[in-house]
Design a protein around this ligand. Structure first.
Ligand SMILES: [Zn+2]
Length: 139
């Protein structure tokens, strides 16, 4: 397999593991005091880039600060014996510096950039029969 394809597979695996992070935050209805708003925005940016942040949540009508979330760190490389035997998984083709550069690149992006990047990296391969059917329909 070509390195680009493998990179995409790796990235997708990573994103699927972190899929909840790609969800759009729900819009807020109420405006808050300037300082709180500033703090929240700052934390929002921190979270986007994988830095340590404090979450906010509602308790009744009050906004309450949540626990401090730790900075994102690169996890250890896959060490599964199943993956080592598999011809379809390619967990071990990336060296540590490669993994680190992907990790750093990804966390520099905004959520939207992360999504766009993935979408642009994917090429669709229609099944032959399916594309023939589509062509037949268009004639
Ligand atoms: Zn693996």
């Amino acid at each position: 397999m070509r390195p680009l394809k493998l990179f995409i597979i790796y990235l997708f695996t990573y994103l699927l593991d972190n899929i909840e992070e790609l969800e759009e935050p729900r819009p807020r209805r109420k405006l808050f005091a300037d300082q709180t708003e500033w703090q929240r925005n700052k934390m929002k940016v921190q979270r986007i880039h994988g830095k340590s942040y404090i979450g906010f949540h509602k308790e009744g009508n009050r906004n309450v600060q949540g626990p401090i979330r730790n900075e994102r760190t690169m996890k250890a490389t896959c060490n599964s014996s199943y993956c080592k035997k598999s011809k379809l998984r390619h967990c071990n083709i990336f060296n540590e510096s490669g993994r680190l550069s992907i990790f750093e690149h990804l966390w520099k992006c905004t959520w939207e950039e992360k999504k766009t990047f993935c979408i642009n990296m994917v090429s669709k391969n229609e099944k032959k029969r399916a594309s023939e059917t589509l062509e037949d329909l268009s004639h």
